[in-house]
Design a protein around this ligand. Structure first.
Ligand code: SF4
Length: 434
């Protein structure tokens, strides 16, 4: 389908239709969402000539539109973690976009007069940069592990991403969230012979953060995350297990970074453990708002916790963290997944807006990532929603955000087009800064 679109200029026409229909949204945000939706292709020349950039670290999910084993063209030259676009015919302000490898995408990174450029359907769209390698990457842990495996940086170096448990105890098709390839990614990376361990040692994390503290000035926040713990892990409940990491970091480097936890919506006592350990931002992700779709898409969460309890726990956690610091994520677009999702864009947006309104009316700050139909997830390779869906979602998010006069979400870097570092959706790009 993507190849057909490429052939007749339909991607460019759709971009321009959306820009004309939604002139109050930054063009950067429109293009960014379309690149996240369709993925990026790379000419081997572009990857060969570019040097000294940070390659993709596969920090949690694959976020690719093809399986690792199929990336023939990309196997020897690794794709960058993100791209940053500027200039071009739309005179783009600096815009950071996460890389999702899709060899059939109409968006191709190529060389133009010897420099990196982004083309859309063969037409020049923007000048490009790849992210620099963080200064701390040259250091190795005393265990011999690469620091990029333990504490990779994303969002143009802003965020250290600590996936401390790379498996999920929701297991199999009746429990795993259907968009998620975490368990499958673990198997793929192992099969490709990469160094990839399930549980990271606290000592490794502390040593990595010590090096980062010493050699880096760019990182401003860290996220601790991993799969859900439905039973116990090393004898600990989920809250206890994840609390130890912030405790270990904050006892040494209090306040050096904004500490964030991406874990389940937990009972109040476990949320309190996270807060007491030092986390200041809590992400109890709710994934999808609609009740029936929640049961279908998140069968494990629905069965073990239940949707009503999940939403109640999110509101309860606002009492502990403060509502602005509770930032539950939803997977933008997954409510249109086949075969049971919405088929009508406006109905999908109406449902999701109801969720936005529910949380934001309580001062809680939902945000979204862009659904990437990863081929090895249960939902499998599918086309995903249209650009129109994502543009309407951006507008709905911003309108609701403004309706409740909420502050800029903490831990996401700078807001506004030309400033935003958050790379997997354009929600930070659409915040008006004046
Ligand atoms: S809770 Fe769902 S999204 Fe999170 S790791 Fe487990 S299966 Fe994946």
């Amino acid at each position: 389908m993507v190849a057909e679109l490429t052939a007749d200029g339909a991607t460019t026409r759709e971009l321009e239709r959306m820009m004309a229909e939604f002139p109050d949204l930054p063009v950067e945000a429109v293009i960014k969402q379309d690149i996240l939706r369709q993925g990026l292709a790379f000419s081997p020349d572009a990857l060969r000539v570019a040097s000294g950039y940070k390659p993709k670290d596969y920090f949690i999910f694959t976020f690719d539109l093809v399986p690792v084993a199929e990336m023939a063209e990309h196997a020897q030259f690794r794709a960058p973690e993100e791209i940053r676009m500027t200039g071009g015919p739309y005179d783009l302000r600096r815009t950071v976009v996460s890389t999702r490898v899709a060899p059939d995408s109409p968006y191709i990174v190529e060389l133009r007069d010897g420099k990196l450029a982004l083309n859309c359907e063969g037409v020049y769209l923007a000048d490009l940069e790849f992210p620099p390698i963080p200064a701390y990457y040259e250091h190795t842990l005393s265990s011999g592990k690469k620091i990029s495996q333990i504490a990779p940086a994303i969002e143009w170096g802003y965020l250290v991403y600590l996936t401390v448990y790379r498996l999920c105890q929701y297991w199999g098709r009746d429990e795993e969230c259907r968009f998620c390839d975490l368990n499958e990614n673990f198997r793929q990376q192992r099969a490709a012979g990469r160094e990839y361990t399930a549980v990271k040692e606290i000592e490794d994390i502390v040593e990595a953060m010590t090096l980062i503290n010493q050699y880096d000035t760019v990182t401003k926040a860290y996220t601790v995350t991993g799969g859900s713990i439905t039973k116990k892990l090393d004898g600990m409940r989920e809250g206890e297990f994840y609390a130890r990491f912030a405790e270990a970091i904050e006892s040494r480097f209090a306040g050096r970074w904004i500490p964030k936890a991406v874990v389940q919506a937990l009972p109040v006592d476990e949320v309190q453990m996270l807060f007491d350990a030092g986390y200041r931002v809590y992400h109890p992700n709710y994934e999808v708002w609609d009740k029936d779709l929640f049961a279908w898409i998140c069968p494990g969460k629905d069965r073990y916790v239940g949707r009503d309890e999940w939403m109640k726990r999110i509101l309860d956690s606002a009492e502990i963290f403060g509502p602005t610091n509770v930032i539950p994520n939803f997977v933008g677009g997954v409510e249109m997944a086949e075969p049971h999702g919405f088929t009508d864009v406006d109905q999908a947006i109406a449902s999701t807006t109801e969720g936005l309104d529910f949380f934001m009316s309580h001062g809680v700050m939902p945000r979204f990532t862009t659904w990437c139909p990863e081929p090895t997830s249960n939902l499998g390779r599918q086309k995903g929603p249209s650009l129109e869906y994502f543009v309407k979602l951006l507008r709905a998010w911003r309108d609701t955000f403004e309706k409740y006069s909420l502050p800029v979400p903490p831990g996401y870097g700078r807001p506004g087009a030309g400033n935003a570092e958050f790379s997997v959706s354009a929600f930070m790009d659409v915040i008006r800064t004046h």
